[in-house]
Design a binder for this molecule. Sequence first.
Ligand code: HEC
Length: 112
Amino acid sequence: MNRWRFTLVLVLGLSGMLSAGSFDRNCVPCHRKEGVSLRKTFMNALLIYSGEHNMKAGLKYFLRHPSKETSVMGEEYFKNHRLMPPSTLSDRELEEALDEYWERYKVIGRLR
Ligand code: HEC
């Protein structure tokens, strides 16, 4: 690879890492590791908390205070899965992540 091409790839790679939003940094890695689909949790959440405002407010609370009783995953799910650990993200990071989550998956919600 020539030197300029290498520099370009490096710069693009680094800027991609820095510009990754709160959602990609704070939510996606753990969900991938745990094998919990963010698409499926979105659909469950959308059905239970109706509307954007309720869903964001409800999830913001849940992510900080997870409990089986208030989870959208249903009793069955917890027979062989554990609850997520409480989030320690700041208000800003959490709200940013939820805004990105909504923007990314709302189309799927509309399609079904
Ligand atoms: C440390 C791992 C981890 C992190 C970090 C994490 N999650 Fe989760 N999340 C889980 C697991 C495991 C579940 C399934 C069990 C549960 O609902 O508690 C879950 C469940 C959920 C659910 C379903 C909620 C419910 O009512 O049960 C939503 C929505 C969700 N996550 C979104 C997010 C968002 C958005 C973020 C980033 C702000 C995030 N998660 C960060 C592991 C994580």
